[in-house]
Design a protein around this ligand. Structure first.
Ligand code: SAM
Length: 279
């Protein structure tokens, strides 16, 4: 019996509902503003994002170097971690912004020349990139053979379009994706884990604790919001003292199964066996 195959027409792509973001020029002004950069460069316990950003800073500190290397900040925003590489030639690339050395297209491709840097710094960019493979391939092209990439992105976090927000990673999935893109992964760290992560999520969401019907709950929620708001800074300092083992973690232990951020240190292989180099 002859079976006839009927071609099924491809469905037209549906629009993806998104949280609206400010236009690109406004976004880049926010990313380069003094307060945005200061919160990342010098996090203070009174900051709303302190628990996460101080842990990210702590994790990045271990990669500080006085060497005269070429660093490419790829999705740089206001380059809040530039001070970690004081003697470097520091190149900046982004989709929009001021004083950039190179532009980046939406698919992650840039106008920077191949093998132009010893180190790529990519902090909190990957979740915003629509074509993750395009972006990682581009990082591979831009690194010198044997060059290093420090890449962080979110594990658990609120939607935050910049200008879009597409992905979240587990530590294992992040390692797998970097390896699939051809990187040799030295380490994947989990940042702001366990109870410190819960406290951070509470920081983000305590203003939304509001009762609707039951008066007793409404009053309780109001007292909670008011107390939490007043004690938040003190809670952050207490968390630094007593939850320090939940800041930067490389163990796969179940007590670290929730985490706000993942950070990988990886290398491009020293030989270019697998990759075509774009001129
Ligand atoms: C949350 S900001 C992080 C900025 C900076 N790296 C930092 O740590 O403060 C996200 C950055 O990713 C950039 N970005 C968004 N889409 C991108 C894409 N497709 N390719 C590269 N960068 C992108 C944004 O312009 C923005 O600078």
């Amino acid at each position: 019996m002859k079976i006839e195959t009927v071609p099924i027409p491809a469905a037209p792509p549906l629009p993806v509902p998104r949280i609206p973001a400010p236009p690109n020029d406004q976004l880049s002004q926010i990313l380069q503003s003094n307060s945005y950069v200061r919160e990342r460069y010098l996090p203070e316990p009174s900051d709303g994002l302190y628990l996460h950003l101080s842990d990210l800073r702590l994790a990045l500190e271990q990669f500080r170097t006085d060497e005269e290397i070429v660093v490419l900040d790829f999705g740089c925003g206001g380059s809040p971690y530039r001070d970690l590489f004081p003697n470097s030639t520091y190149l900046r690339a982004d989709v929009a912004g001021e004083d950039l050395d190179y532009g980046i297209q939406d698919d992650g491709r840039s106008d920077a020349p191949s093998e132009c840097c010893d180190l790529i710094l990519s902090t909190q960019v990957l979740e915003h990139v629509s074509d993750v493979w395009g972006y990682l391939n581009e990082c591979m092209r831009l690194l010198k053979p044997g060059g290093r990439m420090i890449c962080s992105t979110h594990g658990t976090f609120d939607d935050h379009p910049c200008p879009d927000d597409w992905n979240r990673w587990t530590a294992a999935g992040f390692r797998r994706d970097l390896q699939r893109a051809g990187f040799v992964v030295n380490d994947v760290l989990k940042l702001t884990t366990g109870p410190r992560a819960i406290l951070f999520l509470l920081d983000l969401h305590y203003p939304n604790f509001r009762g609707t019907t039951l008066n007793a709950f409404k009053v309780g929620a109001k007292i909670f919001r008011s107390c939490y708001g007043k004690w938040k800074t003190a809670l952050h300092s207490i968390a630094d003292r007593h939850l320090s083992q939940y800041r930067v973690v490389s163990e796969p232990d179940a007590k670290h199964a929730i985490y706000i951020c993942v950070l990988a240190e990886c290398r491009k292989p020293a030989t270019n066996r697998f990759f075509a180099v774009r001129a």
